[in-house]
Design a protein around this ligand. Structure first.
Ligand code: GDP
Length: 322
């Protein structure tokens, strides 16, 4: 028996999660999802990354638009518009039903972990999805124009303000969710995988939970990541812009991603086009594996998942574990 803890953000992580969930049985994986993007809007608790994971694993996601549900309708939003209410955050009708349901269960006193589990199961997902924490931990983007809650930065201002720093409000009081703690305590835990997600906005919120980063740096099973950067570019979203604004020595590159996670990683998968960075990354003390990482088909997603499992096995063999 093997178990894997997978740390993920939204869109990039969900693509990888689909590959892994169609490669491994449900009992072998815990998907720990970023909730730093969560927010309250029009009275609803919205968990964008959890929903991206749920819609993707349930086959309900809109692959053309790249976010939200397919076969979506927009009656709620157009009615709001007639009421002169805020419509900067696009809420489709089908999506809205999930937010209404989540909010009502939370109001009844259920935890976000419990609610996530119920929704995932009701939508037919067998794999276990858990929020990183049940506490409120909110990503705040410090920009040249002032501090912005994540969704204001990302949606309202379309990631345009220049990023100076990123803060995680409430992180000092946050604890890992029971699902993440159980995965870490699982005797069959064989490895930890950091998805090709935005390191700053999707993975750092999880790493900011007190004790988690140091736990990963000391854990006896391999911790590996898949780089979200291919050929100096992000596939989607503000990762590239943020990395360029952060004044990193190696700019927007897989090398910078490796440096960012250096203290917790044993290995990293980078794309074939970045092969020339292997030597510099290996010099950080990491096992570097090169392969196709642009997930344009289910087959490539599954191959990448398999690549991760092989890398974990290789590192485990080299330290005679698992
Ligand atoms: P978000 O929370 O919705 O922004 O999603 P994530 O943080 O999980 O994903 C955003 C990151 O995914 C970006 O940095 C992209 O470069 C990366 N990404 C998206 N698709 C791919 C892909 O096919 N391959 C790789 N390697 N990275 C990807």
């Amino acid at each position: 028996m093997s178990h894997y803890l997978v740390i993920t953000g939204g869109v990039g992580g969900a693509k990888f999660a689909l590959g892994l969930s169609t490669t491994l049985p449900a009992s072998d994986v815990t998907f720990a999802v970023n909730t730093g993007d969560d927010f309250e809007h029009l009275g609803f608790h919205i968990s964008p990354d959890i929903d991206t994971l749920i819609y993707t694993l349930a086959g309900l996601n809109d692959t053309d638009r790249g976010w939200g549900r397919r076969e979506e309708s927009w009656n709620f939003l157009s009615t709001l518009r007639t009421l002169d209410e805020e419509t900067w955050f696009q809420l489709g009708d089908r999506d809205l039903a999930i937010h209404v349901y989540r909010t009502s269960l939370l109001t009844q006193g259920k935890t976000l972990s419990e609610v996530t589990d119920v929704i995932a199961k009701k939508l037919g997902i067998n794999h276990f999805l858990t929020p990183m924490t049940d506490q409120s931990l909110r990503t705040v983007v410090v920009t040249a124009d002032g501090k912005l809650p994540f969704q204001d930065y990302f949606v309202k201002y379309q990631s345009k303000p220049i990023v100076e720093a990123i803060e995680f409000s409430g992180s000092e009081l946050a604890r890992l969710s029971p699902g993440v703690s159980e995965a870490l305590a699982n005797d069959d835990l064989c490895g930890v995988i950091i998805c090709p997600s935005n390191p700053y906005l999707s993975i750092d919120p999880i790493l900011s939970i007190p004790g988690f980063r140091s736990l990963l740096s000391e854990i006896t099973v391999p911790v590996i990541a898949v780089s979200p950067i291919i050929g100096g570019k992000a596939i989607k979203g503000p990762t590239e812009k943020i990395m360029n604004e952060m004044d990193l020595e190696a700019g927007c590159s897989s090398l910078s991603v490796a440096r960012h996670y250096q203290d917790i990683l044993d290995g990293i998968i980078i794309d074939t086009v970045d092969t020339e960075q292997s030597e510099d990354i290996a010099a950080l003390g990491l096992e570097v594996s090169v392969g196709e990482t642009l997930m344009t088909s289910l087959q490539i997603k599954q191959d990448l998942a398999q690549h991760c499992l092989s890398l974990i096995e290789k590192i485990n063999r080299s330290i005679e574990r698992c």
